[in-house]
Design a protein around this ligand. Sequence first.
Ligand SMILES: [Zn+2]
Ligand SMILES: [Zn+2]
Length: 132
Amino acid sequence: MQGRCLCGNIRYVLDTAPRMTFACHCRDCQRQTGSAFSYFTLMKREKFHLTGTPRSHSTIGESGRSVTRHFCGDCGSPVFSELEKAPGIVVIPVGTLEGDPGLVPSRHSWVRHKQAWLTLEGAAELYEEEMP
Ligand SMILES: [Zn+2]
Ligand SMILES: [Zn+2]
């Protein structure tokens, strides 16, 4: 699998198919994406091969731990994030993958900030705050 930012200056290749996909409804994700929630899949850092040089921005999330978001400095697309709580893992926005990867979120975190118009159906696990 592979992916890229909107302008194509940042690209990545994954060695294996991702195994866990989740949505995050926290206020920082809403602000950073300009959307209702972010939609990520997880990959071990060593199976994620990046070309190009993203810019980075770190925040302390509502969980109290740091989140570093890496994004294209030319087009602004988020490309991957790193979480203090999950060292060695990269968090990849599903919308940057090529084609339709068919990844369905199995968990939703920070559901207490979910937009009121959004109805969550299906078998996903819902967490009012941070997911385990
Ligand atoms: Zn770009
Ligand atoms: Zn979030």
